[in-house]
Design a binder for this molecule. Sequence first.
Ligand SMILES: *[C@@H]1O[C@H](CO)[C@@H](O)[C@H](O)[C@H]1NC(C)=O
Ligand SMILES: *[C@@H]1O[C@H](CO)[C@@H](O)[C@H](O)[C@H]1NC(C)=O
Ligand SMILES: *[C@@H]1O[C@H](CO)[C@@H](O)[C@H](O)[C@H]1NC(C)=O
Length: 525
Amino acid sequence: MLSLALFLLTLTLGSQSNEAAQILGLFQHPGKSHFDFFRPMFLALAERGHNISMYSYFPLEKPVANYTDFVFEGMPLLTDIVDLKNFESEWMLLGLPFKVPTFFMLNDWGLRSCRVALNSPLITQLLESPIRYDVIILENFSNDCMAAVAHLLKAPVIALSSCAIMPWHYKRMGSPFINPVMPMNFLPYTDEMSLIDRLNNFFHFHTVNTLYNLITQPATDALISQRFGPGLPPINDIVKNTSLMLINQYYALTGPRPYAPTVVEVGGLQVGPLKPLPQHLLDILDRSPNGIIYISWGSMVNTNTLPSAKKKELFQSISQLKEYNFLMRWKSEKSMHKDKPSNLYTFDWLPQRDLLCHPKVKAFVSHGGLLGTTEAVHCGVPMLLTPFYGDQFLNSGAIKQRGFGVIVDFSNFDADHLVRGLRTILDHKFADNVRRSTEAFRRRPIPPLELAIWWIEHVIKSGGAPLMQSEARHINWIVYNSIDVYLFCLAIVWLLSVAFWKLIKGIGSTFKRGKISRNTKTKKQ
Ligand SMILES: *[C@@H]1O[C@H](CO)[C@@H](O)[C@H](O)[C@H]1NC(C)=O
Ligand SMILES: *[C@@H]1O[C@H](CO)[C@@H](O)[C@H](O)[C@H]1NC(C)=O
Ligand SMILES: *[C@@H]1O[C@H](CO)[C@@H](O)[C@H](O)[C@H]1NC(C)=O
């Protein structure tokens, strides 16, 4: 089925007109959900005859032709590792969400994975190999050290982002950032912000951006010069050579934003063709005349760390909604099964995309991760969202604003809020709204995977899409914000005012002198 879709993709894009390119993927971040968004692009490129060399933590389960995996080692995969007890109390500053600590978490992960990847023998082999690459595709997230490897290999660079782009990505792409309508990644805001929200948004955007430039980039430069010796340009200059950025956003879900032409929204590209569900799930669906509610907090959260009081509330809400059966991704552990309600079925893993599109699935209880929510929007399933960390607040805010779901904060995570939230989204009026938004999400001039492939091949053919590169990435802060122009205009206004004042004074005094001399003349006579 997948290969049929890829075959159709090949037909639509007109294959064989391109020569096969050598494509290098460099992904040092060990987050599975990120890579789940990237992989479909590489599979489609391989199918189109390009030769993929993939450096990552996520080898293919079944090898395919034209795709060679090189697997990094030395970082734990970020699966089932997040402890929910960390989110029992939220950081606040003056009663407002305070998410600057998230930066330090990302900074730490980024530098650790960077150190491991740079010092991997795979990178030595890569740099010594005679293969020349036509394009290098890497991830733009919490660290840029792979861009230094790309710089040494001298090929056009494409960056991918599996989430909304970070504050430090705008400048390098020459893409504008309009603070009042563009909420910062870690905040629960939308493009409708009060003055106080806008102050907090401004504070977060510029603080986190400055911290990245003052902490992460110098530390990355240090790691790079440890590995490759001195002499490379600063990483902040290297990243300005990014020809294109493909991002997991789409305005129908995440809100309209102005981007430079080098930043392309391809949100939803990972939603592949529908596959049949396994029999054991079909059996449960058959036994659920009123439908199923699907619960998943993504691949990173370890559900066994759900505090026991909150677990009790969750189970209570599930028992209260007896007319539905619940399916939940829950890494199995013996302890939970004692008090589990009879209408809750747990699984280590569930085929999320195929499940969500099954007509029996009526609602999705989610953490607001971008893969699951995109799939739910694609399938038209309303959501109850409990964001925990990172961009989940931003995604949840957008989903609520666009009428796809409701938010139950982790601090309100009790049977009362859960049952009320679920009853709201299960109402047929809510479902109508979701259906409309789903249509907007699906109706596109070109499907997102095809669009991504078109752009990647365009960068290859044009040698880095030089005509698209904006000068905005090279000019300094003063010029970028027209501060020099304002100062110049102010200077002219000031000069004109002074000149005018002098003139008035001059006329005044001539007039006075004239009067005085007339007076003296009169006196003399
Ligand atoms: C691999 O690439 C060749 C061209 O180099 C192409 O003909 C073939 O279809 C590709 N195979 C697969 C399985 O993608
Ligand atoms: C494709 O890439 C692999 C891995 O880098 C390399 O070993 C192989 O020689 C390449 N094949 C072609 C036809 O270029
Ligand atoms: C940017 O790319 C150009 C052309 O590929 C190259 O000449 C230049 O050295 C690169 N600059 C940096 C800082 O990587």
